[in-house]
Ligand binder design. Structure first.
Ligand code: NZQ
Ligand code: ZN
Length: 395
């Protein structure tokens, strides 16, 4: 076991914590670029409360609204220009993962010389990670991505139809103000997609990480079991504060690095889903709900023991022996049934995706990220043919 771990983000968690936003931001600047999405924060009063807290602490606000789900590169460029022209000294992402991701990359793009896509695009030789960004403060309004407390961001280049990620130390938010009350207005479908996303963050490392990580396994199982217990309650009653808080906390923990530390995991399901989102502009969590069970069936063929452990520990299935392939299969069935029960799609056809571009999705996935043999990293590494096979099984 050999690893390093650092997560410098200060976390302020709890119902009502939005009122601490001003104080948190004031430690880093006086003039904030306040980045928001398509308007939900205006409709539910969050925006007004955020601005009141900022102004009360002496922080003035310049707005950048209209970040779209699957945020576009042009939006990042627009936001960075506003921040530069207005002389903003801090950037706040107030919204879902899309808004927070766009805010993070805007904060870096302010200082970035050249095309900001160079920070992001994988598979390109001229990739150039950002080393500097304005201080970033995140305020999630949807429990899903974990972007609030990690150094990643996912951006779509609408010109090339590519969606890819950047991970850089300067993108760690200084503070994440995580107030579960802000998520009560999230509709049931987006709530379910968020639950699927957070679970997939830990299944990726659970199934693709190195062997011999019992603490990481238990962390991941704890996140999955908690999400499966409290997620349906948050969907049944969006105003249930405890359910919203448990799901929100699960989403933070699922991708702030604690679960993954030392696992050196690849994220094949995410890499495949990002390509589907790039081409079809679907919700990330909905795409994952389709790809993840299909990928699990494929991966279980080569590693039944790992999936049997999942079946036993998550669904309480009895194993005939550690490599019990039948139990492994049953565990995946039950996982897929859970996703369906909370309202997630589990077939590509439900996302109105047919079979005409399967080869293109596979090519794009592998072009964006591949190992030295040209395969999509994961356990097992996947060829384009494998990716097509998985997607075809989910039609
Ligand atoms: O845009 P608004 O009007 O705010 O509406 C949004 C949007 O329509 C709405 N919403 C958000 N908070 C709400 C609300 N509606 C009512 N009440 C609220 N409180 O929800 C819709 C979806 O928002 P979005 O931000 O797109 O969702 P999510 O949080 O799932 O973020 C998805 C994006 O994050 C990326 C995904 O690829 C995708 O682009 N990811 C980022 C990661 C990261 N930075 O670490 C990791 C993830 O794996 C993921 O790839
Ligand atoms: Zn995700």
């Amino acid at each position: 076991m050999k690893f390093e771990f650092e997560n410098p983000t200060r976390l302020v968690f709890g119902a009502g914590s939005l009122s601490q936003l001003g104080e948190a931001v004031r430690a880093y600047g006086k003039k904030a670029l306040l980045v928001t999405g398509g308007g939900s924060v205006k409709r539910n009063g969050t925006f007004e409360r955020a601005v009141a807290s900022l102004n009360a602490s002496g922080v003035s606000v310049v707005e950048c609204s209209g970040v779209e789900p699957n945020p576009r590169l042009s939006t990042v460029v627009r936001g960075a220009e506003i921040a530069r022209n207005e002389g903003c000294d801090v950037v706040i992402g107030l919204g879902g993962g899309s808004t927070m991701d766009a805010a993070k990359v805007m904060a870096a793009a302010v200082f970035y010389e050249g095309d900001p896509w160079e920070m992001i695009a994988h598979g390109q030789e001229n990739r150039n990670l950002p080393t500097r960004a304005l201080p970033i403060i995140t305020v999630p309004t949807l429990a899903a991505t974990g972007s609030e407390m990690n150094a990643g961001a996912v951006i779509t280049n609408e010109k090339t139809t590519e969606k890819s990620f950047v991970i850089a130390k300067c993108l760690f938010p200084k503070v994440a103000v995580v107030d579960p009350e802000l998520t009560v207005s999230v509709p049931p479908d987006q709530t379910a997609f968020g639950i699927c996303d957070l679970i997939t963050h830990v299944t990726e490392s659970y199934f693709n990480g190195v062997d011999g990580t019992p603490i990481q396994d238990r962390f991941a199982e704890g996140v999955i079991l908690t999400a499966m217990e409290w997620g349906p309650k948050a969907i049944a009653d969006g105003n249930n504060p405890e359910a919203r808080a448990q799901v929100q906390w699960a989403s933070v923990v699922a991708l702030n690095g604690w679960v993954q530390v030392g696992s050196a995991a690849a994220y094949p399901v995410h890499m495949i889903e990002h390509v589907l989102s790039a081409h079809h502009d679907i919700a990330h969590g909905a795409g994952l709900a389709v790809v993840n069970p299909a990928w699990m069936r494929f991966a279980a063929e080569s590693r039944p023991a790992r999936f049997a452990q999942f079946a036993q520990r998550i669904f309480g299935l009895a194993l005939q022996h550690p490599e019990d392939a039948e139990a492994a299969k049953e565990g995946i069935e039950r996982f897929e049934a859970f996703l369906r029960s909370i309202g997630c799609p589990t077939r590509l056809s439900e996302l109105k995706i047919g079979d005409s571009l399967l080869g293109r999705y596979a090519q794009d996935t592998v072009r964006i990220i591949h190992n030295s043999e040209g395969l999509l990293p994961g356990r097992p590494p996947m060829s384009e043919k494998d990716i097509i096979k998985v997607l075809r099984s989910a039609l």
